[in-house]
Design a protein around this ligand. Structure first.
Ligand code: HEC
Length: 159
C-alpha cells in the first residue's frame, strides 16, 4: 500500500469512528414526565423517603393494605398497592405528584372527599415527592413502565 492510500484508509476509519461517537452523544428521546426511575441518585433518595413516609400504609413491598378496594366503616378507602396490581400506574406523573403533595380531595377537585391519604405539602419537598414516586416506578415491570410512559405522553399532548 502506498503512503497516500494508508493515509486515506486512516482518514476513512477516523470518519466512521467520529460518526459513531456523535450518534452516541445525540440525546436519547426523553421519556415524558416528571419521574426519573432510571436516575440512581433520585431512586436512592426515593427509596428512603418511601420507607420513612409511605411504607407504613402502602407496604414495604408496595403491596398496599388488605382489601384495599373495600371502604371502611367511615367510608374511607384503605391504602392501595403501588405495585403493578394497583392503579397508581394508571395516573400520569403530574397527577401522582399532585395527589402526594395536596392529598386526594384537592388533586381530584372533590372538596368534601374524605381520605386517609395525607397531603405532604410542607412535609416533603417537591424533589422528595418526585424521588419517592420515581422509586415506586423503578419497581414496576418493564411492560407497565412502557404503558405508563405512553400514558404520560398522551396526557401531556392533551394539555
Ligand atoms: C396514613 C396512610 C398513608 C400514608 C402514610 C401514605 N398514603 Fe398514599 N394513600 C393512602 C390511602 C388511604 C390512599 C387511597 C386514598 C383514597 O382514594 O381515598 C392513598 C392513595 C395514594 C395515591 C393514589 C393512588 C391511586 O392509585 O390512585 C398515591 C399516588 C399515594 N397514595 C402516594 C403516597 C406516597 C408517595 C406516600 C409517601 C410520601 C403516601 N402515599 C403515604 C394512605 C397513605
Amino acid at each position: 500500500m502506498k503512503r497516500s492510500q494508508v493515509l486515506l484508509a486512516a482518514a476513512a476509519i477516523g470518519a466512521v469512528v467520529l460518526v459513531v461517537a456523535i450518534s452516541n452523544l445525540a440525546p436519547k428521546p426523553a421519556s415524558a414526565g416528571l419521574l426519573k426511575p432510571d436516575d440512581v441518585q433520585v431512586t436512592a433518595l426515593g427509596r428512603q423517603v418511601y420507607a420513612t413516609h409511605c411504607a407504613a400504609c402502602h407496604g414495604a413491598k408496595l403491596e398496599g393494605q388488605p382489601d384495599w378496594r373495600q371502604r371502611d366503616a367511615q367510608g374511607r378507602l384503605p391504602a392501595p398497592p403501588h405495585d403493578a396490581s394497583g392503579h397508581t400506574w394508571h395516573h400520569p406523573d403530574d397527577t401522582l405528584v399532585r395527589i402526594t403533595k395536596f392529598g386526594v380531595a384537592k388533586a381530584a377537585n372533590l372538596a368534601s372527599y374524605e381520605s386517609s391519604m395525607p397531603a405532604y405539602e410542607g412535609v416533603l419537598t417537591d424533589a422528595e415527592i418526585v424521588a419517592a414516586l420515581s422509586w415506586i416506578k423503578s419497581q414496576w415491570p418493564a411492560s407497565i413502565r412502557v404503558k405508563h410512559d405512553e400514558l404520560n405522553r398522551s396526557s401531556s399532548q392533551q394539555r
